[in-house]
Design a protein around this ligand. Structure first.
Ligand code: HEC
Ligand code: HEC
Length: 401
């Protein structure tokens, strides 16, 4: 897996590692890269206000071609909840991304608007834009703009199903609605052409950037409130950051993922970490189920079988079931998976022992764990649930107001 880390990735990893280890001291210092300063410019301040960013979060990467404005955020927020954005008007983005579940959906894998069952679990969207790449495993989706065309336009599998033959009809729905005419005009004042797929993507991407989750008990603890975590949660945090469990090597930093970037990360130094964490070993040679072999399906390099992005663990207690295919039902099962050093699938077409996978990351070695330690670690992961985020009216369904 390490070949996917650019050389600077190593330095970043070490930096994050030190930061993580610093947390063991429980001194309440920030989980950010300690050398960073908040963007001091006025423009930076304006962006922070627009995003309502907590002080300990950096400004997410925003591509020059899609400057952030309140008007785009407002349009994107409405579109996110609007079923008219699916070919047959039965689904919206919010059908698979529910706010009360931190924008995941509680399903193993969701079903698209025309009945296609997808092969991947719906991701929570809190802080998703801070990952260096989007989705469970794709090294080409660097900006959220790159990725958003998939749920809207894809015909295999169909999600929202705005396929070529219905595109004009879908756009006409927005062009014939007086409110949307105004929202599109305000969001894209230099264009007279009404709704377009690009404008929809740009507005949704702008809304995605506002989905920042930074007010969990863990954040309050980071910011100096030592009573924000229970003693049990502090024990869990120590376990998480221990060499025994190794979690922090892949789930580190402010977003609990080494797949991280923000507006300060220059394009040349973005790292693209993907790991095989031993979830499957179908053929004894490290293969994953043929429906989804992760990065391999894009690169066709056999060593890339089972490579997935280390998912952010923010709000993880409300985003069950877990992993790219939703195959682990609970956090307890996840911890058992790591403690065992890989998952054993006893029977069926995907039978095999992930622990013995030759492609598994060297960091997934397995460890002895007591019932008490499992409880402690779960308690810590629950401290990443941000009630402010999952109840924030800025993100809720505007059609129910
Ligand atoms: C049918 C269910 C479904 C619909 C509808 C849907 N999504 Fe998703 N979404 C998913 C799944 C499944 C994934 C994981 C995809 C993957 O890894 O390939 C995902 C991933 C994402 C991601 C990447 C998150 C990350 O952490 O990398 C974003 C952003 C996203 N969706 C936003 C949207 C938006 C905006 C819409 C509406 C235009 C939308 N989704 C519609 C199911 C859905
Ligand atoms: C070698 C890197 C690595 C290490 C070490 C690691 N993880 Fe992971 N983690 C991953 C990857 C990669 C995924 C996604 C795998 C997939 O979907 O197939 C993941 C997924 C998860 C998920 C599922 C998230 C979701 O939303 O579905 C949880 C929870 C998790 N890890 C917790 C932990 C804990 C707790 C530890 C320590 C005991 C740990 N991880 C150690 C790389 C790692």
């Amino acid at each position: 897996m390490d070949k996917h880390m650019a050389r600077r990735g190593f330095q970043v990893l070490v930096g994050l590692l030190l930061v993580s280890m610093g947390l063991i001291a429980c001194d309440g210092s920030s989980g950010n890269d300690s050398t960073s300063e908040p963007n001091p410019t006025n423009e930076g301040q304006a962006l922070r206000e627009l995003l309502k960013l907590p002080d300990h979060f950096e400004i997410p990467a925003i591509p020059d071609y899609n400057p952030l404005t309140q008007e785009k955020i407002t349009l994107g927020h409405r579109l996110f909840y609007d079923q008219r954005l699916s070919g047959n008007q039965t689904q919206a983005c919010a059908s698979c991304h529910l706010q009360e579940l931190a924008f995941s959906d509680g399903e193993i894998t969701p079903t698209g608007s025309t009945g296609h069952v997808l092969v991947r679990n719906s991701q929570g969207l809190g802080n998703a834009v801070y990952h260096s790449t989007l989705t469970w495993s794709n090294n080409g989706f660097v900006d959220v703009e790159d990725q958003l065309k998939v749920p809207i336009l894809s015909d295999n599998p169909i999600e929202l199903g705005v396929i070529d033959s219905v595109q004009a009809e879908v756009l006409a729905r927005f062009d014939s609605d007086a409110l949307y005419q105004r929202l599109f005009q305000e969001a894209f004042p230099d264009s007279e052409s009404g709704a377009t797929i690009n404008k929809i993507v740009f507005a949704l991407a702008s809304f995605m950037r506002t989905l920042v989750s930074g007010d969990s008990p863990y954040d309050r603890f980071l910011n100096g409130d030592s009573s924000a975590l229970t003693e049990q949660q502090v024990r869990g945090l120590r376990l998480f950051n221990s060499e025994k469990m190794e979690c922090f090597h892949c789930h580190s930093g402010i977003n609990f993922s080494v797949s991280y970037r923000d507006s300060r990360t220059d394009a040349g130094s973005i790292t693209f970490p993907f790991f095989n964490n031993g979830l499957y070993n179908v053929d004894g040679e490290g293969s994953y189920p043929a429906v989804d072999q992760g990065l391999y399906d894009l690169t066709l390099d056999p060593r890339d079988r089972g490579l997935f992005r280390p998912q952010s663990l923010r709000n993880v207690a409300v985003t069950a079931p877990y992993m790219h295919d939703g195959s682990l039902a609970t956090l307890r099962e996840v911890i058992r998976h790591y403690a065992r050093g890989g998952t054993l699938t006893e029977s069926g077409p995907n039978a095999g022992d992930g622990r013995l996978s030759p492609l598994k990351s060297g960091l997934i070695r397995g460890f002895a764990v007591t019932e008490q330690e499992i409880e402690d670690l779960i308690a810590f992961l629950e401290a990443l649930t941000d009630e402010t985020f999952i109840n924030n009216p800025d993100f809720s369904n505007p059609f129910e107001e």
